[in-house]
Design a protein around this ligand. Structure first.
Ligand SMILES: Cc1cc2nc3c(=O)[nH]c(=O)nc-3n(C[C@H](O)[C@H](O)[C@H](O)COP(=O)(O)OP(=O)(O)OC[C@H]3O[C@@H](n4cnc5c(N)ncnc54)[C@H](O)[C@@H]3O)c2cc1C
Length: 291
């Protein structure tokens, strides 16, 4: 199908965005990497009157460290996340996620802000920012507000973004020496959206005990699913085969996967259990992991 007719405007500043939104109302649609939006236009899933290109807005760019927080501008492309030394050092989970996202051509244009705003339930980055307990910085003509990532995703392709807001940046607590993280997924083919996936983050003390575990599943619900029971099953425990089995058992009450093109709910439950063991095994002491 062909795209609907629309006008195109390039915003150079946030003020340009506010002005264009005021002029065009709900007909104005932001475009960043265009990797999702342009496909939805071709399918006529949305018919904006004007596309507002935000890719030249300097305020939405850059990766910086401010104290113990890594700030990632919304326009940071997936490929940039994958090679940025600050991301590798302070939020390695995000760098590890990148090769799972689509293909190089899409990773060269798609942005973290676009991925979080679109909120595909099978996407990697929404799950990662919840696992990392990140905060989204939302900008509007009234200024900025901060929303915890776990509260940002409100339903299927729905977020806490208000009509006059955009995502300006993501703030991630910088990893400490005790931090451990992993992303694992099962997809039909390399580059496909996940059938089921898990972004996991926790701290491992010198005594081998787990604190602040956050197991976040994707492709198994309406958005990223922070598994409260499975995470709680690990809190304060020594990480061993028993703790992993306890997390797998608790997971049954945390997720309620829908039936989808990939298969029935029980298949997704099975994949989520397998992925739980796969991710957590990476944090086991070397001897135990080998046994
Ligand atoms: C074939 C294919 C395979 C893919 N596979 C995967 C995959 O495996 N995993 C995965 O995670 N993704 C996948 N994607 C999606 C890809 O990662 C997109 O790049 C991403 O979801 C959207 O980013 P974008 O910058 O291109 O956003 P755009 O397409 O430009 O915009 C998407 C939506 O977000 C809004 N938006 C954009 N930026 C902002 C902002 N800063 N603030 C508020 N709203 C904003 C737009 O208005 C639009 O509604 C795939 C895409 C394609 C085409």
């Amino acid at each position: 199908m062909k795209w609907p007719a629309f006008a195109y405007e390039r915003a150079s500043t946030l003020q340009d965005v506010w002005r264009l939104r005021a002029e065009h109302g709900e007909g104005a649609r932001l475009v960043a990497g265009g990797q999702t939006l342009l496909a939805t236009l071709a399918f006529r899933l949305s018919e904006p009157s004007v596309l507002v290109d935000i890719t030249r807005i300097e305020a939405l760019r850059g990766v910086t460290v401010q104290g113990s927080t890594l700030r990632i501008g919304a326009l940071t492309r997936h490929a940039e996340l994958g090679r940025d030394p600050l991301v590798a050092r302070h939020a390695p989970l995000l760098a590890e996620a990148v090769p799972y996202i689509a293909h190089p051509a899409i990773r060269n244009r798609g942005t973290i802000g676009g991925s979080l705003a679109y909120a595909d339930p099978a996407a990697e980055l929404p799950a990662c920012v919840v696992a990392l307990d990140a905060t989204l910085v939302l900008a509007s003509p009234a200024g900025e507000r901060r929303v915890a990532a776990r509260e940002f995703f409100t339903g299927l392709l729905e977020t806490a973004l208000k009509p006059d807001e955009l995502i300006a940046a993501v703030e991630v607590p910088a990893a400490t020496p005790a931090s451990r993280s992993a992303i694992v997924e099962v997809a039909r083919r390399s580059g496909d959206y996940a059938m089921a996936g898990l972004a996991a983050s926790l701290s491992l003390g010198a005594d081998g005990r787990v604190s602040a575990p956050r197991l976040v599943y994707f492709g198994v619900g309406n958005g990223p699913v922070l598994a409260a029971g499975a995470s709680a099953a690990l809190e304060g425990k020594a990480l061993d085969a028993g703790a992993i089995a306890a997390a797998q058992a608790a997971l049954a009450r945390d997720i309620d996967p829908p039936s989808d093109l990939h298969g029935p709910p029980e298949m997704k439950r099975h994949l989520a259990r397998v992925l739980t063991a796969r991710a957590l095994s990476r944090f086991l002491p070397a001897a135990e992991a080998a046994s």
